[in-house]
Each structure stands twice: as structure tokens, then as C-alpha cells.
Design a binder for this molecule. Sequence first.
Ligand code: SF4
Length: 157
Amino acid sequence: MRLAPWWSAGIRFACQPECGACCDQPGGVVFLSRSDIHRLAVRHGLTDEAYVERDCTTSQNGRLVLRSRVEDGICIYLGADKRCGVYADRPQQCAAFPWWSENLVNRRAWSQVKSTCPGIDAQDAFLVDGSTILRHIEADLEAGQGVFVPLSPHTAD
Ligand code: SF4
């Protein structure tokens, strides 16, 4: 019999306005899914290929990742006000935070994330149920598989 994961009953969380702590990290790596690339390209009025050329670079094994600012290594979309400039269309890896599999692997890993993310158990937090957490985990894992150039055709989600 397989035990339910420790988080299956849900975890209380509410992202805190103007926090931005999870994005404000030099050297953060944001892998992109194929649908992330298409959505962000449409947002910027570019073809997928032109968007990749402008706003992406590659990881060591060739997966496409978001560019960071040259001067400080922080995401190009994080504004001075600590808000995401593409929030409604942000990559699914970003939308899935803090529900990444490595963060949820055990309570100890989770307490480390909690020490950096004030949204976990915040006063205004609400219960995020286990199936929603699982959907986020899967979205993050999908993005982590990566996209390579040349791009495959985008298919509707
Ligand atoms: S660290 Fe947590 S509370 Fe702060 S922006 Fe990121 S997810 Fe939201």
C-alpha cells in the first residue's frame, strides 16, 4: 500500500503582495515549457522564434531558459517594485512555486522553503488542497523537461 504524501491534506498559503523574494534571486534558472514560450511570445507580439532569440538563453544541456539581467543575474521580468512584469503569463515553473517536488519531498525541505517564503502559513493564507498541489508539481516537472531549439510546432493547450 502506498502512503499518501505528507501534503495531501493541503497546505495553507497565500502569495504576499510586493514580496518577490522567490524571484529576487541571482542565478535563478527558469525552464520554459513549449506553451510558456508561445504564451510569452504572443504577449510580446513576437513569433515564438523571435521571442526565444530575444528573451531566452540555454542551460548547460541546451534547454531553453529565461534570460537574467547581466548586471545582477536576476530575472529580466522582475521590476524595481518587486512585481513580475509578465505575471498573468508567467512561466509555469514560476506559477508552480512553492509547489516544486524538491520542496515537498519531505517536511524538512518544506520548512527550509518556509523560511524564505512568507506566503506559507501567512495570516491571510488559505488551504491549497492536495490535488491543486499535485497539479502544480506536474506543471513544474513538465517545464523542467525542457524545450530545445529548433522549436517544435506549438500545439494548442
Ligand atoms: S517568496 Fe512566497 S510570498 Fe514571496 S513572492 Fe514568492 S511565493 Fe509569494
